[in-house]
Design a protein around this ligand. Structure first.
Ligand code: HEC
Ligand code: HEC
Length: 296
């Protein structure tokens, strides 16, 4: 500890004792006999706007309470931190109290999660209590990106529908949450060609969900080959790469012509973080059941 914090520690200790002894002094001072003392129960020699005061000292028990608080202060200051940098005989800190309470809670909840871990995800997804627990975990860990109702947003998939980038079976959902996912759609402008060619490919993509673009869809279809490696010749996607189905009119980034052209030009790489270091396996199990239950 440096000189400066030694000084402040001493200063705080000094002020604390000054206050306690100050209280003692006030008690003593108000009790002591004054020269002009009047007998108990008599009127004192002063008045304020005609209001007079009787010499009625504090009852004894009341006075004792004041002394007791001073004794308490000394005991408290010996046991707990309060005198500058002195840590107190019990070594109490707010941090170790918090750790103690967290440990108690973990012990209690660990047992619940251990029990859930023995139940299959499909069965757990039908257990209303487990779903409530999963919903709370989702609120704390996932809703920031997927929304509190799990309906998603632009770039963040809706988890309540039956359209999956990677797959909606129990095992795949668990793999996604545990390890995270990174979508990998590279920028394709250089591969596809000039702006007209890109418009044509976009028109073909639009035609897959029954719509028309400003380009020529038939020409676009002939230029779809570089896309087919990931999205499939028919555009139905491939869950092994997380390449979305382009035919179902469910869009992660947007299905209007301008957004599709932006996707083709610049690529996309949505990132779902890994939770294996943040949540225990048992908690991920319950979360998986919750997500699984959403798309039924
Ligand atoms: C930082 C934002 C973020 C957080 C937090 C997050 N996710 Fe995700 N999640 C994403 C993104 C982005 C994707 C899509 C990844 C991609 O585009 O390839 C995704 C994908 C998924 C998928 C795959 C969906 C599919 O269609 O296959 C699941 C399941 C999922 N998240 C569940 C969760 C759960 C459960 C949590 C909480 C434990 C969570 N996510 C937390 C951003 C997030
Ligand atoms: C290397 C594999 C790969 C190739 C090649 C590829 N894509 Fe993709 N594409 C993906 C992946 C993966 C995603 C999802 C990105 C994400 O999750 O962030 C995606 C997303 C998209 C989307 C957004 C879908 C939505 O729901 O918003 C469109 C549109 C798209 N691709 C069209 C194309 C077209 C057109 C081509 C060819 C010019 C192409 N992609 C080539 C892998 C690929």
């Amino acid at each position: 500890m440096n000189d400066m914090s030694n000084f402040w520690s001493g200063w705080i200790t000094f002020i604390v004792f000054l206050n306690i002894f100050g209280c003692l002094w006030i008690l003593w001072w108000t009790r002591r006999k004054h020269d002009d003392d009047v007998a108990e129960g008599e009127e004192l020699h002063h008045s304020f706007d005609g209001i007079v005061e009787y010499n009625n000292p504090l009852p004894q028990w009341w006075l004792m309470m004041f002394y007791a608080t001073i004794v308490f202060a000394f005991i408290y200051l010996a046991l707990y931190p309060g005198l500058g940098s002195y840590k107190g005989a019990l070594g109490w800190t707010s941090v170790n109290q918090w750790e103690h309470e967290m440990k108690k809670a973990d012990n209690r909840f660990d047992r619940i999660f251990e029990d859930y871990a023995k139940i299959s995800i499909k069965d757990l997804a039908k257990d209303p209590e487990a779903i409530k627990v999963g919903q709370r975990l989702f609120g704390n860990n996932c809703s920031l990106c997927h929304g509190s109702d799990a309906h998603g947003a632009v770039g963040f998939p809706n988890l309540t529908d039956t359209d999956w980038l990677y797959g909606g079976n129990a095992k795949t959902i668990k793999t996604t949450i545990t390890g995270g996912r990174t979508g990998n759609m590279p920028p394709m402008a250089a591969v596809v060609g000039d702006a007209t060619a890109i418009k044509d490919v976009a028109a073909h993509v639009l035609s897959l969900s029954g719509r028309k673009g400003s380009g020529d869809a038939a020409t676009g279809k002939t230029k779809f080959a570089p896309c087919a490696g990931c999205h499939g010749q028919d555009g139905k996607g491939n869950q092994a790469f997380g390449a979305p189905n382009l035919t179902d009119n469910v869009w992660l980034y947007g299905g209007d012509e301008a957004t599709i052209i932006t996707t083709i030009n610049h690529g996309r790489s949505g990132a779902m973080p890994s939770f294996k270091d943040r949540l225990s396996e048992e908690k991920i199990h319950v979360l998986t059941a919750y997500v699984y239950s959403l798309s039924k």
